[in-house]
Design a protein around this ligand. Structure first.
Ligand code: TNX
Length: 567
């Protein structure tokens, strides 16, 4: 079977005077995130890939990347293309991976804002993809850029059976932000190493480069720490909504780091502290609770606990945990949590964050990320905050339904903490911290879906999944925003990057997880990569519809929103 692909749905800009096919529905036009610059030549030329088309690479340093592309295409199409080195002579009739010093572009590519999770040059991710009748060429100054180009090529090929005809075209592409990620909550629900690998595969297809793992919370401790064996003996198996416990051994974690790095993705580990630590307290009950007694329970009996900066045992645990974690972490960032320390005296909170931050920076030699509340402490340049409180939390606490379910002391503490949220951004900017953009309203993928799906068998999943205290949101509403304008206080230069976030209170399996991730994950990925101008909803919708055959082939569950004409 052959197929013709055209790009009617993709808007092209930065390309004055070039010809576009008129905008009309085309099921095949489906690169997400939208490339910066895409031009299709008008002579009808196409490049044919058959089962013998070699995947050739110009430099031995690209060998692993070429093998990776061959393996990924095999999953999609069933065919493993042969991989060959072709060092000096340019190869026609091949898919040619080519390292150059600099890609030359018809117009300058837009500037990339933000911070690289591994402190690399964000320009490394720029690439060119050229298809002509004779050759298909992926060019970049780095293997990483070649890998990003491969994500575009994979989407062009889709699940077609070879031979496939790809139309002649030129793409020049670069990320809008250097940090593009997904935060995954493996504490509320534990996912096995193979399950996390499928999540890595999902984010890789959308050119994300960070997987942030939320490794500890009240409900479970998920990473082996040699100096503190009870964290996993006890803390990984505490009662948790009848769910299985579990944890990653350090070898498991190294395997995830390796698998992610093969896809040019950096793991950012999070130990959520000083609150969200009931699992640590269950493991080491001798630690002191920094929340004054009398207010230390909520209805679940766990929430109002916090590590105490004045308890040497607690601070030693923090130091040992973070040192072991850092030794497993090639990236430059460790996430220290810092959110929702309900009932903890402010001075204690400030002291905890300050001590932990200084320890990470001076002794462990990594940078910190923390949820936005850490902007209320003495942070500074080099630190990163994650902005999440972007819905009316206080207002939602006024609703009688919500309020009656929360003990009064807890409710009071919650209101106090959220009341300060509007000042967090200004404080962070003044202190020269950079901001990861994860506004709940748009980037939280645990909001329940509002529109119905096209498949009535999914209705029970749609009703069950997502937190009921969040407003139900359509796929369009959660897509329709711009990281540089949704909050007038935040400018591009303040931004570290964009992260989607998935919390797993309602999620019990990898299939539930995928149902909430897809289709919205690709939307957040687009906000992180594409220039805002390329992305009208009508065109995005068509590109999104084109993704589903790949998801089905990979066995990934997704919500068949009735707003999309799925292929
Ligand atoms: C708030 S977002 C939390 C999480 C919950 C989430 C539910 C954040 C930093 N903390 O502990 O799981 O709401 O969406």
């Amino acid at each position: 079977m052959t197929k013709q692909i055209s790009f009617l749905g993709c808007m092209v800009f930065l390309c004055a005077g070039c010809t576009f096919t008129p905008s009309q529905p085309d099921k095949e036009a489906h690169i997400i995130p939208a490339p910066v610059y895409l031009r299709q030549t008008t002579d009808g030329a196409s490049f044919s890939i058959n089962a013998k088309t070699p995947l050739a690479y110009s430099d031995n340093s690209l060998r692993e990347t070429a093998l990776q592309l061959s393996a990924e295409l095999k999953t999609q199409t069933g065919v493993a293309l042969p991989v060959e080195e072709a060092p000096s002579t340019f190869r026609t009739k091949s898919i040619y991976l080519e390292l150059t010093d600099r890609i030359t572009t018809p117009e300058p590519l837009p500037e990339t804002f933000g911070i690289s999770p591994k402190e690399a040059n964000p320009a490394d991710e720029q690439y060119a993809l050229h298809i002509s009748a004779d050759t298909l060429r992926l060019t970049s100054a780095s293997a990483e850029g070649i890998y990003r180009a491969m994500a575009s090529l994979r989407q062009l090929i889709g699940v077609s059976t070879f031979p496939v005809q790809l139309p002649a075209l030129q793409i020049y592409d670069a990320p809008r932000f250097a940090w593009r990620g997904l935060s995954l909550d493996v504490s509320r629900t534990f996912f096995t190493v193979p399950e996390v690998k499928t999540v890595i595969d999902m984010i890789a297809l959308y050119k994300m480069n960070v997987l942030h793992l939320h490794l500890s919370d009240h409900e479970g401790w998920r990473i082996q720490i040699n100096a503190y064996p009870r964290l996993t003996e006890i803390g990984s198996a505490i009662p948790n909504r009848n769910r299985k416990g579990g944890f990653y051994t350090q070898d498991d974690y190294r395997e995830l780091v390796r698998y992610a790095a093969e896809r040019f993705i950096t793991l950012v580990p999070e130990i959520d502290m000083p609150g969200h630590t009931a699992a640590a307290f269950a493991s080491y009950p001798e630690m002191k609770n920094a929340v004054p007694s009398g207010s230390a329970t909520n209805s679940a009996g766990v929430n109002m606990v916090a590590l105490d900066p004045d308890d040497p045992a607690a601070m030693l645990l923090v130091k040992n945990v973070l040192s072991e974690l850092a030794s497993l972490t090639p990236g430059n960032y460790i996430h220290i949590g810092g959110d929702e320390t309900f009932g903890m005296p402010k001075e204690k909170y400030e002291r905890f964050v300050e001590k932990t931050r200084n320890m990470v920076r001076e002794e462990i030699r990594k940078n910190i990320v923390g949820w936005q509340e850490i902007s209320r402490t003495r942070i500074g340049a080099g630190d990163v905050i994650q902005h999440w409180i972007a819905l009316d939390m206080e207002g939602s606490l006024e609703s009688p339904d919500v309020a009656s379910a929360i003990p009064p002391e807890m409710l009071k503490a919650m209101k106090e903490l959220f009341a300060e949220a509007p000042g967090d951004i200004t404080r962070a900017i003044e202190k020269q911290a950079r901001i990861i953009i994860s506004p709940a309203r748009f980037a939280y993928l645990d909001f329940p879906y509002r529109e119905t799906g096209v498949d009535s068998l999914q209705e029970t999943e749609r009703q069950r999944l997502g937190l009921s205290f969040y407003p139900r949101t359509t796929v369009e509403e959660s897509w329709n925003w711009n990281p540089t304008t949704f909050n007038p206080l935040i400018e591009a230069t303040h931004i570290a990057g964009v992260e989607a976030v998935i919390w797993c209170e309602t999620i019990e399996s990898i299939s539930d997880l995928q149902f909430l991730l897809l289709p919205r994950l690709s939307g957040v990925a687009e906000k992180g990569w594409s220039p805002q101008e390329t992305t009208g909803w009508e065109m995005y919708k068509k590109r999104l519809a084109g993704q589903s055959p790949m998801w089905e082939k990979a066995g990934w569950n997704y919500f068949k929103s009735s707003l999309i004409d799925w292929e």
